[in-house]
Design a protein around this ligand. Structure first.
Ligand SMILES: [Zn+2]
Length: 227
């Protein structure tokens, strides 16, 4: 079977998702030179970084970091697009692994007990067929050997969205879109909250607020990109 796969790969090698060139056998999703040319943040080198600062005065975090810089028309945007709209499960796992390598190299992302992906709105997940953050978490978990918890933080469906819109601001709506479920395992644990891109940080802020209702919990945040 391995022989047949290698034989097929000889004629139909995988193509890099960014430059469309043939990839080498050890390469996955994107080629080494495209990966090298995707702009990285220096978040994993300094504790007080741009991601951390985005949450100052909003929520208390242990650590926060993003791997790539999201530039319009750039490599990161292409990758995030693949991740979200083109059946990006394998891209998600790949990006999760890259994030894990950065975490392993930093000296302040220690003692994490659980990885929690930001839950997607149920309607969106149904439409997309998957939650991209689940696959990022999968890649992370594989390298970091830290378990994933997908059950404790859930997204609540707003059935009465029209009334909610009238009565609450967007921020309040966001704050009310998450709920907790079976949180015993998370008591006194350090959670790494995962999302694809951090922009305003409202979603991650809302998740952190919710998770901090659990006794003794500590939260860190890691995302693939910062916009
Ligand atoms: Zn390439």
């Amino acid at each position: 079977m391995k022989f047949i796969q290698d034989f097929i790969a000889l004629f139909y090698p995988d193509l890099c998702l960014i430059c469309d060139n043939n990839m080498l056998k050890h390469e996955d999703c994107i080629c080494t030179s495209c990966l090298y040319r995707t702009p990285k943040t220096d978040c994993f080198k300094q504790k007080e970084n741009e991601v951390n600062k985005r949450f100052w005065g909003r929520v208390k975090l242990e650590n926060a970091a993003s791997l790539f810089i999201f530039n319009k028309e750039g490599n990161t945007q292409k990758l995030i697009h693949k991740l979200k709209y083109e059946d990006g499960k394998s891209v998600g796992v790949f990006l999760g692994k890259q994030l894990a390598y950065a975490i392993n190299e930093s000296d302040f992302f220690n003692n994490i007990n659980f990885i929690v992906p930001v839950p997607l709105h149920p309607k969106k997940q149904k439409l997309r067929g998957y939650n991209q953050s689940d696959y990022i978490a999968k890649g992370l978990s594989k390298i970091l050997k830290i378990p994933i918890n997908k059950k404790s933080l859930v997204r609540v469906e707003n059935t009465d969205s029209q009334t909610r819109k009238k009565r609450f601001s967007r921020w309040e709506n966001m704050m009310n879109s998450f709920a907790l479920n079976n949180t015993d395992k998370l008591k006194n644990q350090h959670i790494l909250l995962i999302d694809d891109v951090v922009t305003t940080g409202a979603t991650l802020e809302a998740c952190t607020h919710k998770l901090q209702e659990i006794n003794g919990v500590k939260i860190s945040i890691a995302t693939i990109a910062i916009a």
